[in-house]
Ligand binder design. Structure first.
Ligand SMILES: *Cc1c(COP(=O)(O)O)cnc(C)c1O
Length: 402
């Protein structure tokens, strides 16, 4: 049985914390893991206990031992004041934005944000009378020129969705805080293990637990952690919506947490190996991976991040849609699908030019995003090698046809 007390737990290092956070075997007959509590109703033995506002559990929407365990573990890991769970990563984004804004406000959102984040801003927030300005992710401290008297939130995401621009989060946070604005970050790519959001000036940090925390492509979950100044408002907003995550999903994320460090380090190793392999390919124009010295945001990554996960993009030399389709359609190990962070390798073609408004996306060739899984690298590169052969074959046939 674990002999750890609250005091000794708080002194532990990260890897050890990941093993011990969010479980109390002595409170559950010695069983190692916090079980799944299902439930709406919580019974109170007396009128006095019913009136006790400090009771740990009062009703299903206010949390269960399972959801509380995951929230607590994430709070520890993130050095936050508190965490709430949401049913999806996108719901967590909506919750963070609703925590920070009111009618009449103006917000700044990076042009490189996760696509559905824009949808939320352009529909729900617009309807509520909140105006969004999209900004160039490379602005850094120059974002000051876009701040208005009614700017109340700045949303950052580093690296950028699909296109992997790095943002100077501490510089942007400094400008935002000088104007009293809330800094919201989608930290899904790095997780708190590779980017400690609250130590870098972020007020509300979002994680799509769907990705690396779950790690197995079998659930949806979101988390929002807050620093001390924003925690009461986040919790209040969460209670108002009761946007609760399911108990099985919270349990599976607690399970994922135990191995997340191992999986992330392997994703980093595999991702870099594949990125280097792409750099040596004649079909590849550019590899967009922040941990490569060739990446324009490499210095920022090196300064602020302690690792890279296994998601990155490449730009091919100009090729027709048919040639790219021939390459991708025939891949046997890389599935084509959205999402990432699981154990399996994935690829999607993408085109940011269809939705960006503050920056121009013109990479000079087709763009592909890769999620590298746990397969053997030699098998992955053989699969891709055959894919590049199909790409070249279609290209050659097109040239001959004139
Ligand atoms: C997937 C993703 C989300 C949304 O998570 P869901 O659980 O799929 O809603 C948010 N941000 C980023 C960067 C993501 O990749």
């Amino acid at each position: 049985m674990s002999k750890l007390t609250k005091e000794t737990k708080s002194g532990l290092r990260e890897g050890t914390r990941l093993v011990h956070a969010g479980r109390e075997p002595q409170d559950q007959y010695g069983f190692v893991n916090t079980p799944i509590y299902r439930g709406s109703t919580v019974l109170f033995p007396t009128v006095a206990s019913l009136k006790d506002r400090d009771a740990p559990f009062t009703y299903g929407t206010k949390g269960t031992p399972t959801t509380k365990a995951l929230e607590g573990a994430w709070t520890e890991l993130s050095n936050a004041a508190g965490t709430v769970l949401a049913p999806t990563g996108l719901a967590a984004i909506a919750l963070a934005l609703m925590t920070a804004v009111k009618a009449g406000d103006h917000i700044l959102v990076t042009d490189s944000a996760y696509g559905p984040t824009r949808h939320f801003c352009d529909t729900v927030l617009t309807r509520m009378g909140v105006k969004t300005t999209y900004y160039d992710p490379l602005l850094g401290a120059a974002i000051a020129s876009l701040v208005r008297p009614n700017t109340t939130a700045v949303l950052v995401e580093a690296p950028g969705s699909q296109s992997f621009e790095m943002q100077d989060v501490p510089a942007i946070a400094q400008v935002a805080h000088a104007h009293g604005a809330c800094v919201i970050m989608d930290n899904t790519w790095a997780t708190p293990l590779f980017f400690p959001p609250h130590e870098r000036g972020v007020d509300l940090a979002i994680e799509a637990g769907t990705k690396y925390l779950s790690g197995h492509s079998d659930l949806l979950l979101g988390l929002v952690s807050a620093n001390k100044s924003w925690w009461p408002r986040l919790r209040q907003t969460f209670d108002a919506f009761a946007m609760c995550a399911g108990p099985e999903d919270a349990f599976l994320c607690l399970r994922g947490l135990r191995t997340m460090k191992l999986r992330l380090h392997e994703a980093q190793r595999q991702g870099l190996a594949l990125a280097h392999w792409f750099e040596g390919r004649p079909e590849v124009k550019q590899v967009l991976h922040p941990a490569l010295p060739s990446h324009p945001g490499h210095a920022i990554w090196k300064r602020d991040f302690s690792g890279a996960s296994g998601l990155f993009s490449i730009i091919l030399h100009p090729a027709s849609e048919a040639a790219v389709a021939a390459m991708l359609d025939g891949l046997e190990l890389f599935g084509m699908g959205y999402s990432w962070g699981g154990f399996e390798s994935l690829v999607i073609p993408f085109d940011c030019s269809t939705y960006r408004t503050a920056t121009r996306w013109a990479p000079g060739g087709p763009a592909l995003r890769f999620q590298v899984g746990l397969e053997d690298m030699a098998d992955l590169t053989e699969d891709l090698d055959k894919g590049f052969a199909r790409l070249r074959a279609v290209g050659d046939a097109e040239k001959q046809a004139g």
